[in-house]
Write a protein that binds this ligand. Structure first.
Ligand code: NAP
Length: 272
């Protein structure tokens, strides 16, 4: 019996149970995926759940906001990517030790491969956890990365940890004239229910020929994606990344490959 789950708070809109229950069904595995709503101050409950992973009462857990970073000191070890990104979204037990991993970075990279995108330069908007995972993935591919944040200190901190990343202020003056083959929105701007919002400054043209990748996946066509398409650019949301990172977590826990289209079909009724 495989017992999986998600730690976070709040968890009401999570699509992870739909994805992982579909993966269990497709793999013919008996198991469950539960939601563990744990507020940020409740370290005792977090320790309890991590102990359950250590003893294998739980096979593995996903981790989301607000614990992706705060959980790090409670784990026995981190993979090198999780250490560099400084955030975990997947934990599992190996030889009695609880390991923290990050499947957001390879999830993003694999989704880029799906679009056969091989950017030489990229502009990442936002400098939080997802931006760090994206910057990590892009830097590993020798892509020249600029990170723009509304608080320049956040971009500077990220740039200080990832060699070769250029920090920028997220405003029209700083972004004007920036060349990028790929622009990634790693902020929540445009996410349901704020459907009309976009993080890209009004009246500023997109970098010529850039592909626009919006990590936001709900709605299926964000305002940013709509504007980019209207400007004749290739633009996608982060649905593929969501599916990839889930499938990679599932593979870590069960050793079983899961067909991505099975997950996409399972998700379809839950999307706007
Ligand atoms: P996070 O750690 O909270 O970081 C959010 C970043 O966005 C911060 O730099 C924040 O800056 C910035 N930001 C927030 N509101 C902004 C605004 N109105 N204008 C400009 N910047 C703003 O969140 P995260 O975990 O990185 O997630 C970011 C987004 O990516 C979320 O929508 C999440 O759902 C999505 N995501 C998608 C996937 C996927 O699989 N597709 C995976 C991970 C994350 P401040 O600190 O100044 O607020």
């Amino acid at each position: 019996m495989i017992r999986l789950g998600l730690i976070g708070f709040p968890l009401v809109h999570s699509l992870s149970p739909v994805l992982h229950q579909a993966a269990l069904r497709a793999a013919g595995l008996e198991g469950s995926y539960s939601l563990y709503a744990v507020e940020s101050h409740n370290t005792d409950r977090l320790r309890e759940l991590i102990d359950c992973v250590r003893t294998r009462d739980l096979t593995g857990l996903n981790v989301t906001i607000p614990h992706k970073r705060s959980l790090l000191p409670l784990l026995d070890a981190l993979t090198s990517s999780a250490r560099m990104i400084c955030a975990v979204n997947t934990i599992y037990s190996l030889n009695g030790r609880v390991i923290g991993d990050n499947t957001d970075a390879p999830g993003f990279a694999r989704d880029l491969d799906r679009f056969e995108a091989t950017p030489a330069s990229a502009l990442v908007l936002g400098a939080g956890g997802a931006a760090r995972a994206v910057a990590y993935a892009l830097c590993n591919r020798a892509c020249a990365v600029s990170v723009a944040a509304r608080d320049i200190r956040q971009a500077q901190q990220l740039a200080g940890e990832f060699a070769g990343v250029t920090p920028l202020h997220l405003d029209a003056d700083s972004l004007a004239g920036v060349h990028a083959d790929l622009v990634v929105n790693a902020t929540p701007v445009g996410m349901f229910p704020n459907l009309g919002e976009t993080v890209w400054p009004a009246d500023l043209p997109f970098p010529a020929g850039a592909m626009i990748y919006d990590l936001v996946y709900n709605p299926m066509e964000t305002q940013l994606v709509r504007s980019a398409r209207a400007a004749g650019l290739r633009a996608v949301t982060g649905l593929g990344m969501l599916i990839e990172q889930a499938a990679l977590s599932f593979e870590l826990w069960t050793g079983t490959h899961v067909q991505r289209d099975v997950l996409m079909d399972a998700l379809a009724p839950s999307l706007y």
